[in-house]
Design a protein around this ligand. Structure first.
Ligand code: HEM
Length: 442
């Protein structure tokens, strides 16, 4: 084999390439590809050549070398059209400056300040629940995490009155699997209905955000405030750039955590042993009180549950990059500008790194199980890795831990469906309503 050989992969159909297999089930498709063709696989999505890597050293290298492997441009453009030039989409010097300016909002000391908001908003959400009405859990968790995120980052904003729940829902539509493929390949002049609706919603949300920025610029006591928005205002950024960052955080910071929490409730309802252990921990550590930031380090099993959920159902199920010049990986040449796929889902379920990978076993994260010691870092990267890793990682972990501890003290949930079908768009989503019936604990 010479370095110019192209990597193996599934047979491609004329025009479609492998799009039909990918849209039918991106997760199964990528797992089968890795199993059948090895550490570098080539497949084609609507004319775009993709190179999927599963060699742990190469996955780590691609995610670490920011200059050789920047973000995938076409995917970025899709996000950029919606969110503008915020921390997710920008690059180079501007990205570095912004990341440094924003980082203090995510120091552990700052996150601990948000703990009360996380618990209070959860309590408030539960007020509308009773044991006779099933919940659409994903939607419940979306509203909750949006409430938490916006208050922690921007101060109290009346989301309900501003109609922001509906607008956000509308804006998320273009990222469903099929829509995502269509939006990536359709020429700009094609009036796609979901994009048009998204465009209208975008204008609405822009108006709202500019209003919030305006009122905060004119507020007397803004200097005392410590949230992200105050930090952004203090940098002297233009309103337009602040809008881009706010929109970026609204989208990056709530859906992923909501999906994680949705999968928590689904998996606990299927695993009574894990659920019982969780309740035992909550009883010992909290004894019926609400959790606080001080309890986090004692809520060990709760944290293990969250980590294990993120292994089995990583909301960001693949990370994409694009090499700036031709590179040789495992003996194959990957051309400049290609789509390089780092398949989180596949690595998280790979038998090379995980015993019984499909089993939900939170205990695998405890010191009781030594199995994880030799695992490469890239066997688990729900928050990405390297310089562009998720800035909200600690925020999300603390939030999930506190929300789980607050809700699980009051409720367990009974499933109103059997299997959990998955539909991965840009994020890993449940295909159908996750309908759960709350049952009071005690
Ligand atoms: C369970 C919840 C979350 C998951 C699974 C998640 C996952 C990720 C991943 C995989 C990346 C890296 C993408 C890449 O390298 O291309 C990322 C980046 C990012 N995330 Fe998160 N995230 C979560 C929660 C949050 C939260 C709560 C926030 C904000 C409050 C946030 C804000 C961001 C931002 C701004 C970036 C871009 C960082 C940069 O490029 O410098 N995320 N996230």
């Amino acid at each position: 084999m010479t370095a110019s050989d192209s990597p193996p992969g599934p047979r491609k159909l004329p025009l479609l390439g492998n799009t039909h297999q990918w849209t039918r089930g991106p997760c199964d498709f990528r797992e089968q590809c890795a199993e059948q063709y090895g550490p570098v696989v080539n497949y084609e999505l609507m004319g775009v050549d993709a190179y999927m890597l599963t060699d742990p050293d190469e996955v780590e290298r691609v995610l670490t070398e920011r200059n050789q492997f920047p973000k995938h441009q076409a995917t970025n453009d899709l996000v950029l059209g919606m969110l503008g030039n915020g921390l997710i989409t920008n690059s180079g010097k501007e990205w570095k400056q912004d990341r440094e300016a924003i980082q203090p909002a995510f120091y552990m000391s700052a996150i601990k300040r948000y703990a009360d908001i996380m618990v209070d908003r959860t309590e408030e959400r539960m007020e509308s629940w009773d044991t006779t009405t099933p919940l659409a859990m994903k939607e419940e968790m979306m509203v909750l995490t949006l409430d938490i995120l916006t208050e922690a980052m921007f101060g109290p904003i009346d989301l309900e009155a501003r109609g922001l729940y509906r607008i956000v829902e509308e804006l998320l539509k273009p990222t469903k699997t099929r829509n995502q493929v269509i939006a990536m390949v359709a020429p700009d002049w094609v009036p796609l209905p979901f994009l048009q609706r998204g465009q209208n919603a975008l204008e609405e949300i822009n108006g709202q955000i500019y209003e919030i920025i305006d009122s905060r610029r004119n507020s007397q006591n803004d200097a005392d405030r410590k949230e992200l928005l105050s930090m952004l205002l203090a940098t002297g950024m233009s309103d337009e750039r602040i809008r881009d960052q706010m929109l970026t955080f609204i989208f990056a910071g709530h859906r992923t955590t909501a999906l994680t929490l949705t999968y928590v409730w689904d998996l606990l309802s299927r695993n009574p042993e894990a659920e019982a252990r969780l309740h035992a921990e909550l009883e010992t550590v909290l004894g019926g009180d609400l959790p606080t930031a001080e309890d986090l380090s004692d809520l060990e099993y709760t944290e293990q549950v969250v980590r294990e959920v993120l292994r089995l159902y990583p909301p960001v199920h693949e990370v994409r990059r694009e090499p700036v010049s031709d590179v040789v990986i495992n003996g194959y040449t990957i051309p400049e500008g290609a789509l390089v796929v780092l398949p989180t889902w596949v690595m998280h379920r790979d038998e090379r790194f995980w015993d019984d990978p499909t089993l939900f076993r939170p205990k695998r994260w405890s010191n009781e199980e030594p199995n994880g010691r030799d695992r490469p870092a890239s066997a688990y990267f729900p928050f990405g890795m390297g310089p562009r890793h998720c800035i909200g990682k600690q925020f999300a972990l603390v939030e999930a831990q506190l929300v789980v501890a607050t809700i699980a003290q009051e409720y367990t949930f009974e499933r109103r469906y059997d299997d959990l079908a998955i539909s991965p768009g840009l994020a890993l989503q449940p295909k159908h309503t996750v309908e759960l019936m709350p049952q009071a604990t005690n």
